[in-house]
Design a protein around this ligand. Structure first.
Ligand code: OGA
Ligand code: NI
Length: 362
């Protein structure tokens, strides 16, 4: 008779984790090798290590220079910060969270209509990070979609739950306004023209992920997402009230506990490159826990695929030679997905050869 669908392993983690026999152990393909486990005892709390909480209302008034300075410091010291009074209405955020939860509660057959393991697809539901290339799986399912320009993609999005396109569309439009405001502030904080980054991104791009991390019987053995840097320009993360995000600061992992009505913003690889390493794309990871499922919704603001990215000429002089070659963002994005998540960030693959270009006199 051969194998039947009843004995086939589910494609998605959510369907494995909620199967009738409740998992008491993490299946072996999720278990990290001994030297690469979360080490939860060594994690510091963000209550102890103060992380900038920036009130964006200040950007729109006479205190703008001060706020720009705070952003500069946060970008330099941490590569990430949290924002309040960000302009995205609470109702829009609530609807986004609600429809995301509803999506992951749909019957498996309905959700699987969006399933694909091809990272280049512009709308897709998948699991882990890249099931085609990775050796160890991550405790995560995700729905990922492109959302700018919205009319190019919205027809691909799920039609279930029925309000999905409307709720997600509205969220994406509002978060885009926030992204543009932050990019102006970051440009200024680097001493560039206010619209420098805006112009550098071509026609712009915006992707959204809805990450679903089921409760996990042995969170000390696996990751929701292992340490990685984001390949895009900036990431604007909405988290629910379950902690899980950690960022690397001075060689130690710091838990960024969720604060209601805030977003966590992190610098991605493209800002590191445009700023010629003045700002660093920060390593971060997502933990899972044994009690609660967790949802997080990152917006990845990015250049359009054809935009050519490189260090800003204004930041280059004899003492600051360009550290990166110019490239089309599509090239970068492909490399990111094909090499797997790893601690060496993808930016290294685009570095100029400093020694041959600027030989050290001996
Ligand atoms: C990501 C990410 C963090 C989180 O999706 O790139 O870093 O808390 N997510 O889910
Ligand atoms: Ni990330």
């Amino acid at each position: 008779m051969g194998s039947t669908s009843a004995t086939t392993k589910p494609l998605l983690l959510s369907d494995l984790a909620s199967s009738t026999v409740r998992l008491s152990h993490v299946p072996s393909n999720f278990i990290r090798p001994l030297g690469d486990r979360p080490n939860l005892q060594e994690v510091q709390s963000s209550d102890a290590v103060s992380i900038s909480l920036i009130d964006l209302r200040g950007l729109r008034g006479p205190n703008r220079p001060q706020i720009i300075q705070n952003i500069a410091r946060a970008c330099q010291d941490y590569g990430f910060f949290q924002v309040v009074n960000h302009g995205v209405p609470e109702t829009v955020v609530d609807e986004m969270m609600k429809v995301s939860r509803e999506f992951f509660r749909l019957p498996e057959s309905e959700r699987l209509k969006s399933y694909s393991d091809d990272p280049m697809k512009t709308t897709r539901l998948s699991t882990s990070f890249n099931v085609k290339t990775e050796k160890v799986a991550n405790w995560r399912d995700f729905l990922r979609l492109h959302c700018h320009p919205i009319q190019d993609y919205i027809h691909e999005w799920p039609i279930n739950p029925p309000s999905f396109r409307e709720d997600v569309g509205e969220y994406c439009r509002k978060v885009r306004e926030l992204a543009l405001e932050l990019l102006e502030a970051i440009s200024e904080s680097l001493g560039l023209e206010r619209d420098y980054i805006d112009k550098a991104l071509g026609k712009h791009g915006q992707h959204l992920a809805i990450n679903y991390y089921p409760a996990c019987p042995q969170p000390e053995l696996t990751y929701g997402l292992p340490g990685h840097a984001d390949p895009n320009v900036i990431t604007i993360l909405l988290q629910d009230d379950v902690a899980g995000l950690q960022v690397l600061k001075d060689g130690k992992w710091v838990a960024v506990n969720p604060i209601p009505n805030t977003f966590t913003v992190n610098i991605g690889d493209q800002i590191q490159i445009i700023s010629n390493d003045k700002y660093k794309s920060v390593l971060h990871r997502a933990m899972v826990n044994s009690e609660k499922e967790r949802m997080s919704i990152p917006t990845f603001y990015c250049p359009s695929p054809d935009a050519v990215i490189g260090p800003a000429p204004q930041l280059i002089d004899n003492n600051h030679p360009p550290l990166y070659n110019n490239f089309a963002y599509s090239e970068y994005y492909k490399k990111f997905w094909n090499r797997g998540l790893s601690k060496e960030t993808c930016v290294d693959m685009f570095k100029t050869d400093q020694l041959s270009q600027h030989p050290i006199a001996s």
